[in-house]
Design a protein around this ligand. Structure first.
Ligand SMILES: NC(=O)c1ccc[n+]([C@@H]2O[C@H](COP(=O)([O-])OP(=O)(O)OC[C@H]3O[C@@H](n4cnc5c(N)ncnc54)[C@H](OP(=O)(O)O)[C@@H]3O)[C@@H](O)[C@H]2O)c1
Length: 435
């Protein structure tokens, strides 16, 4: 009987923070399972991080250390680079590019890097016959990349809608549960470690945008492009918005949506949106993520799970490594790079549907009479209107639910409305999703 000898896939980890250390832990703890499922031994040859002396709770005694992560890309004892440092620029960009040019596979969790440089990096991967995998970059532990690229690969996808930022979803869920305002809930989230000290990328919608761009590229076979994306965050929402949305039978969620318009253009936008309580997306609570996709043959599909954290994110990283070990990794955006269509051009102004518009106005007669003609002139009709009074002589909120209107018309009308002397703050506008 001949002894069974497995092949070996030699890995370098660039970054040993939450995701990097988690990846090392899975590779160690589940080594036998990984080998039996791939027929390949996955070993870590080398690592890099900023601080060599930090205790990370992992045993790096038999692993080479590089102070400069770029050196990992030229080592002879490395087949796969796992880039988990983060950031759209260097050293992550230089490392991934150099690694691919040196015919090393790359696994990354870095959505920002791919949202800006995905087309260029996928072309380099293809030219060099290596894989560039990023399951961990979108919705952490939920296998959404594989689902869209492979599981739903037989379908013409008409749209996808996702809650892709756990920090925002935690804040919105807590605001709804406690009735507290955005700023108070954000500061509690920061104390609990659910929000970064600088929360701009999360609450401003940029992080969801990075992820949406990647899903959009996969679903529609187009070049990822973060620049052509409308992004609005949750930082202007009040507890009152959440309560009024509820009276309309909806919950407010930060939704990234990508869909094909009737004229064939692809629209991508991130915006706080009213979601009917009957939609599965309305019930994605706390730090969870959820994504709803509509395919022509499969119909509606919905997945929910943990979008961040050490375990879920590292789980996705190792799944990508297993595909590389088995030789089953797919083209980066589902089709050869030369077949990718141009980047999406439609944005929020092309979105059609009902809108929620909240105005803060002076508490005096005649205000509605000033606003109504502006709406009429922009072809916007009112479905219902709620006025919330406060104490005497204080501003009041007026919430208008429109009939179907175009985002561009709503934006133009709101610019004019904001100029009225009776309007005291920029209007808050949210689309209403009918899914
Ligand atoms: N955390 C999550 O739940 C999650 C989920 C999905 C995707 N991601 C993505 O995964 C990536 C990593 O996230 P993370 O949460 O693991 O970040 P993290 O905990 O801050 O870890 C970053 C690691 O990169 C190292 N590093 C940073 N700059 C470096 C440099 N110039 N040279 C060498 N090493 C450097 C750090 O070294 P030191 O430890 O020495 O400081 C650290 O080990 C990011 O792209 C993030 O967006 C994270």
């Amino acid at each position: 009987m001949t002894a069974h000898t497995s092949k070996t896939l030699r890995v370098a980890l660039a970054g040993l923070g939450t995701v990097g250390a988690g990846t090392f832990r899975i590779l160690t703890q589940n080594a036998k399972i990984l080998e039996s499922r791939t027929g390949v031994v996955l070993t870590v040859s080398a690592v890099s991080a900023r601080n060599k002396n930090k205790d990370r709770g992992i045993d790096l005694a038999n692993v080479a250390w590089e102070d400069d992560p770029l050196k990992l890309a030229v080592r002879d004892d490395v087949d796969v680079i796992v880039e988990v440092m983060g950031g759209e620029g260097d050293p992550a960009y230089a490392l991934v590019k150099t690694a691919l040019e040196n015919k090393k596979h790359v696994v990354t969790a870095n959505k920002a890097l791919l949202a800006y440089h995905g087309t260029e990096l996928s072309a380099i991967a293809e030219q060099n016959g290596v894989s560039l995998c990023y399951e961990a970059a979108v919705a952490g532990g939920i296998p959404i990349i594989k689902m869209i690229r492979e599981g739903l690969g037989a379908n013409n996808i008409s749209g996808l809608y996702g809650i892709m930022n756990g920090t925002c979803n935690y804040i919105l869920t807590t605001m709804e549960r406690t009735g507290e305002n955005f700023a108070d809930v954000l500061s509690q989230a920061q104390k609990l470690g659910y929000a970064e000290a600088d929360p701009t990328l999360d609450v401003g919608g940029g992080d969801s945008g990075h992820k949406l761009v990647l899903l959009c590229a996969l679903a529609f076979g187009c070049k990822p492009d973060f620049k052509n994306l409308s992004v609005a965050g949750i930082d202007r929402l009040s507890a009152e918005d959440i309560q009024i949305a509820s009276e309309f039978g909806c919950r407010i969620k930060l939704i990234g949506q990508a869909k094909k318009l009737e004229d064939g253009r692809i629209l991508q936008m991130v915006a706080p949106s009213l979601v009917p309580k009957t939609s599965p997306l309305a019930h994605v609570d706390g730090v969870l993520n959820g994504i709803f996709a509509q395919g022509d043959f499969v119909g509606p599909s919905f997945v929910e799970g943990r979008g961040a954290g050490e375990g879920p994110t590292a789980s996705a990283i190792v799944a990508d490594m297993m595909d590389i070990a088995k030789g089953t990794a797919a083209p980066v955006f589902g089709v050869p790079v030369n077949d990718l269509a141009a980047s999406p051009t439609a944005t929020a102004s092309d979105w059609s549907g009902e809108f929620y518009v909240r105005l803060v106005v002076e508490d005096r007669p005649g205000v509605i009479a000033e606003i109504a003609p502006i709406l009429r002139d922009h072809r916007i009709s009112i479905e219902s209107l709620i006025q919330r009074g406060r104490s005497q002589d204080e501003p009041v909120s007026i919430v208008i639910m429109t009939h179907e209107a175009k985002g561009g018309d709503i934006a133009d009308a709101c610019t004019e409305i904001a100029d009225l002397s009776c309007v005291l703050d920029n209007p808050l506008v949210m689309p209403v999703l009918n899914i």
